[in-house]
Design a protein. Sequence first.
Length: 359
Amino acid sequence: MPKRIFNFSAGPSTLPPEVLAQAARGLVNHQDLGMSVIEISHRAKPFMAVIEEAEQLLRELLDIPDNYKVLFLQGGASMQFAMIPMNLLRPDQMACYLNTGVWAKKAIKEAKLFGKIEVAYSSEGLTYNHVPAPADYQVSPGAEYLYFVSNNTIYGTQFHSFPTPHVPMVCDMSSDILSRPFDIRPFGLVFAGAQKNMGPAGVTVVIIREDLLTKTPGHLPTIFKYRTHVESASMFNTPPCFAIYVVGLVLKWLKGLGGVAAIEQINREKAALLYDTIDRLDFYRGHARRDSRSLMNVTFNLPSPELETKFVKEATALGLDGLKGHRSVGGCRASIYNAFPREGVERLVSLMEDFAARN
Ligand SMILES: *Cc1c(COP(=O)(O)O)cnc(C)c1O
């Protein structure tokens, strides 16, 4: 491996070096077949084994019961913003949404094309600096589902306890899936683009409870029906083979570390190092309200935009890349997903201490 930069990018984001090395080998010669993993037919045995193993590992790591189907789809997390209401909502039906960030807002915009949408809570007026507690909003009993985003990647906020509505939940877990254990049973559908915490861009995992498949209206184009992808085991059309292959390697790596409970512990320690530094030094200001702080994306500001620019520049020079905040909030953002090494967080903390002392 060449020298690695500590890559704080929000997505696509850093992957374990051992996974990259394995993927590089598989790209040239998959399991000594004399062919690349991206040269073989997706219906040939060696690739069927890849996709089946990825599904099995995901089921095992997230403890997914048999009445949930696991799909590997294309179109990114953003396609699910439309595909979900297309399948689960009719024009005379209603769904509840929690508007806790740009990704939630985009999902609301799409859902309005298909049914009635109630926005039960919005933190937009406070630059999305928090997520609500269950007591902060009401879900109408007539809602088909409650939609929320478990981790708001741009603002660095995260639900630390999930809603408890009497309707199925639909959740965008793009930026925190596999970062902590959770019980999937209150969820009707969970989805995640792979490129934050699971692998490369190009594949989106959708986990859907079987009974919801019957809600899909008949007039949808075949490719937009979840049922199509369930019935064809994610092989309705050519799947993104390489992305699925790498997701499989990441899942194997995670299992080797001890699984989701083990990585959660590590994630908590990494995030605590940064939040402690933000709170300890009278120089940095966290964007997220304390009760909503994300373990995946740590957002903070310095006393001025000029100092922020200087800080990011110094960080980059030290091999700490990707710390510039999203254009919609400014400031800095350290994305420290599962694969981000603790050593990189320690280096960032040193720079934060040193930079505050000098400025
Ligand atoms: C990145 C992200 C998305 C968008 O993902 P695409 O695959 O680019 O469509 C959606 N939701 C969340 C929470 C994200 O972090």
